[in-house]
Design a protein around this ligand. Structure first.
Ligand code: 57M
Length: 358
């Protein structure tokens, strides 16, 4: 809003020139969303408690019994502070910002549907897996369609670390993009099982993609670093910054011992939008590196279930996803969380090295 209102006045008031800069508005968006979340958080959590949005806790992991009744659906706090910050600081005429917001809110609605039905059912039974997947595919399809019909977007895949290699996969890019968003959304959801475990690595991944998006939207940097130049996409950096602020503001309350969980409304939306960010900056495969932790959590479930079926009842891990394995081995929750964060920072740095190593 500030961009749209104040930049036209720069001929009379040169001080408003500062609002032109994506870097300035991104910093402001981050601070706005962070401060807003911290200020609104306590009232928001009280409101969730009053609505009886307490989490049902499984009995399988003993240490989690103490978490019973912790309010969930904290993702709504992120959505609120992100939306306010975006309205203030983004260029509201930029289509990419609206598309990214559509993905975040769209996956959020699917998650909210699941969260609300879990509350109503009182047995933690949400919507069926099939209904959830179908709704995620619908949101992802519309998001992919925006890119598919956009002449600035090719159907080429960028292969990390290989400058000359970028195969054109044609119309397959459409289902591929849908898969990226849906898989990423579910992977973050699976990871969201310890305090701060999902939001920490998500913030790291969003920071990494904000750098990629900024470079992709800047002709000079894009040509210097041999990444595709896509005019206008740099504005999504403001979205990323607002999401980092909203995520850190949520972490303020989700940090161990958590006062609130994000719920599916938070995990599905963050995962889905991470997938979209990777597609927007044409770093589709880098997502698997940045989100390596989410990939590992998902693989642990696939391996556990596969091995269980194959052997007729044997397990590889004490319990999947893998964070439960460490819990059951007696590693304290806060240690698992911080070690996973450290791994995600390492993965983020490896992903960024793609820019130079090719
Ligand atoms: C998300 N949700 C948490 C909270 C959060 C196929 C199977 C692997 C699926 C998986 C599953 O259900 N995953 C979905 C996991 C739940 O958190 C809520 O859910 C939201 C995210 N969707 O925001 O609202 C619990 O996680 C804990 N939590 C925290 N802090 C947080 O900040 O402590 C969450 C956020 C919360 C709280 O205890 O209640 C969840 O785990 O349910 N299923 C599993 O993960 C189950 N694993 C399992 O059955 N493994 C089997 C097979 C199927 C692979 C095996 O290894 O043999 C475990 N889930 C739990 N306990 N809670 C089993 C043990």
């Amino acid at each position: 809003m500030f961009y749209n209102l104040l930049v036209p006045l720069t001929s009379e008031w040169s001080v408003f020139n500062v609002f032109r800069y994506i870097s300035f508005r991104s910093m402001a968006a981050l601070i706005t969303a962070l401060v807003l979340s911290i200020l609104v958080g306590p009232r928001f959590i009280t409101w969730l408690r009053r609505l009886k949005c307490g989490q049902h806790i499984h009995e399988d992991v003993e240490a989690h019994a103490a978490k019973a009744g912790t309010p969930t659906m904290g993702g709504l706090l992120m959505l609120t502070s992100l939306s306010v910050s975006l309205l203030l600081w983004a260029d509201l005429t930029n289509a990419y910002v609206w598309q990214t917001f559509f993905v975040f809110a769209g996956f959020g609605v699917v998650g909210l549907w699941d969260d609300l039905s879990k509350l109503r059912a009182h047995r933690n039974k949400g919507i069926s897996a099939k209904a959830k997947l179908a709704a995620q595919i619908v949101v992802a399809f519309f998001a992919m369609w925006f890119l598919f019909v956009n002449p600035d977007y090719s159907n080429n895949l960028t292969i990390p670390f290989f400058k000359g290699l970028s195969p054109d996969i044609g119309w397959l890019y459409l289902p591929f993009g849908i898969f990226v968003m849906v898989a990423s959304s579910n992977a973050v959801n699976l990871t969201d099982g310890l305090d701060g475990l999902a939001i920490g690595p998500s913030v790291v991944a969003v920071i990494v993609f904000s750098i990629f998006l900024y470079i992709t939207g800047n002709a000079r940097f894009a040509s210097y670093l041999f990444v595709p130049y896509i005019p206008g996409v740099g504005e999504v950096t403001v979205f990323c910054a607002a999401l980092v602020g909203a995520g850190l503001g949520f972490l303020w309350f989700n940090a161990y011992p958590a006062q609130v969980f994000m719920g599916d409304v938070g995990s599905l939306s963050i995962g889905g939008v991470l997938g979209y960010m990777a597609l927007l900056c044409k770093q589709e495969l880098v997502l698997a590196v940045v989100g390596g932790l989410f990939v590992a959590e998902t693989l642990s479930v696939i391996l556990q279930v596969g091995y269980f079926r194959w052997t007729g009842g044997k397990r590889i891990f004490r319990m999947a996803p893998i964070h439960h394995h460490f819990e059951l081995k007696g590693v304290p929750e806060s240690k698992i969380i911080i070690r996973f964060w450290i791994m995600s920072i390492l993965l983020g740095l490896i992903a960024l090295s793609v820019l130079k190593l090719r």
